[in-house]
Design a binder for this molecule. Structure first.
Ligand code: GDP
Length: 444
């Protein structure tokens, strides 16, 4: 999970100060010392840590905290605001050119995730902003890179402008933009060449494309898992090309968070997007405040709601709710609902977005076992249509058949049947309770 180590340490530290009715300078000193260690351990740039701790300390011993009625909570508010500022303050948007198409140039080292992100960004622009993007394969050195972009284009059903490896990247970019204009595409996303290391030749070529094409945005793609290396790469690219924003990939695997917390402070350039997995819909707009909230264990309800809106069909959700109330909920419905939740992302990531969920002992220790969920799916899929609708049909031989078909055991099948019955019973009770309340004229 993203930032796991840092989140654990910071949350332990702030937990101690949270309930204090009086906060002394000594308390602040101890807290900031631990925050400092936590950030350094998370591989945050040394100077960035120093400045951060200084600001928190100044504010924490200042009036806004000391004279507050809830100083402990006030300190946490200061830490959260400063973490937010560190990652960039207000969320950033993508430019829109006065005269379309808006041109976005993607740059970065090989392996950072540039090509994948080009596809993800196009998908994001179309899905979330209703735009018509076109992709451009301007990495003429690696035929594999051109093929990769074409494959992504096919998956997304979006056009890819490519001219093989013989053409010049500047010409390719210019021709692609002309074609986009003609066909009313409003975004052109150019996937440029990457190297394993920064070199003069690569920078010269990127500079040439930039001068000719005059992009509205230059997004630098860096790999979060490389920590301070990512920050150094960002600094060099920015010095030479002046990028407009950073896309931080592989944040899903970054337990430390050093790059996310240092890039804005070191380069002055905001992180605009974060890659949260290999799939084409796993790109999130980067919201510093939401991220700070997640790191401090305060959840991120807004992102959770957005994910639900993206993945759950509201009308269908209402129908399922109604079925639950009337206890006519079947295993088919159950399977459908599980599918919707799973589309929202890995369950442990979703849990992090629920405020306080990480503090509930049971939840934290109950490693969510994706394997067990797959077993449940397999069991339901091995039932006949009739069995899914009428679990009461289930007898010993049917259970044996289902266990065999799903590669599980009869006791697992029994457990699921029991849980399902209990869930239905509970739903019925809740719905009766609500009816009772309504009857008495109470409104909650
Ligand atoms: P490029 O050389 O910079 O164009 O990199 P690619 O787009 O080919 O990506 C390199 C590898 O990183 C591929 O295996 C991608 O699937 C993977 N990748 C890219 N973005 C992410 C991400 O956000 N999370 C994870 N886990 N993997 C990613």
């Amino acid at each position: 999970m993203a930032f796991e180590g840092l989140a654990d340490r910071l949350q332990n530290t702030i937990q101690r100060i949270k309930g204090k009715g009086k906060v002394t300078e000594q308390d602040v000193k101890e807290m900031t010392r631990e925050v400092r260690l936590a950030l350094l351990e998370a591989d945050v740039n040394f100077k960035v840590v120093k400045d951060f701790v200084k600001r928190v300390k100044e504010r924490a011993v200042g009036q806004e905290v000391m004279e507050s009625l809830t100083p402990g909570q006030q300190v946490i508010k200061v830490v959260k605001e400063e973490l937010t500022n560190l990652m960039g303050g207000d969320e950033s948007k993508i430019a829109v050119a006065k005269r379309p198409p808006t041109v976005i140039m993607m740059v970065g080292l090989q392996g950072a995730g540039k090509t994948t992100t080009t596809g993800k960004l196009a998908n994001h622009l179309r899905k979330k902003h209703n735009r018509k993007p076109m992709l451009v394969a301007a990495d003429v050195y690696r035929p594999a890179a051109i093929n990769q972009l074409q494959t992504l284009g096919k998956q997304l059903d979006l056009p890819v402008y490519a001219k093989g490896t013989d053409a010049n990247p500047v010409d390719i970019a210019n021709e692609a933009i002309a074609e986009a204009k003609e066909n009313h595409y409003d975004y052109v996303i150019i996937d440029t060449a990457g190297r394993l290391h920064i070199d003069g030749e690569l920078m010269g070529e990127l500079q040439q494309i930039k001068d000719n094409v005059q992009p509205d945005e230059i997004f630098l793609v860096v790999d979060a898992m490389t920590g301070q290396d990512a920050v150094n790469v960002a600094e060099s690219f920015d010095e030479q090309l002046e990028v407009s924003g950073v896309v931080l990939t592989k944040l899903d695997g970054d337990t430390r968070g050093g790059a996310a917390l240092s890039i804005k402070a070191v380069t002055g350039k905001p992180i605009k997007f974060a890659g949260m997995g290999e799939k084409l819909d796993q790109l999130e707009a980067f919201h510093p405040e939401r991220m700070a909230s997640r790191i401090l264990g305060m959840g991120d309800v807004l992102t959770l709601i957005e994910k639900a809106q993206d993945n759950v069909d509201e009308k269908r959700a209402k129908e399922l709710e109604e079925k639950m109330r009337s206890a006519s909920f079947t295993f088919d419905d159950f399977l459908e609902q599980m599918g919707q939740v799973r589309n929202m992302g890995p369950l442990d990531e979703l849990l992090d977005m629920i405020p306080g969920a990480n503090k509930m002992k049971g939840l934290k220790n109950a490693q969510i076992d994706e394997k067990q969920i797959s077993h449940v799916e397999a069991i339901i899929q091995s039932m006949t249509k009739k069995e899914r609708q009428e679990p009461s049909l289930m007898n010993a031989s049917r259970k044996r058949r289902i266990a065999k078909g799903s590669g599980t055991s009869v006791s697992e099948v029994n457990r699921l049947l029991k849980q399902f019955e209990e869930m239905k019973k509970m739903m019925k009770q809740m719905s009766n309770m609500q009816k009772g309340k309504k009857g008495k004229g109470m409104n909650f």
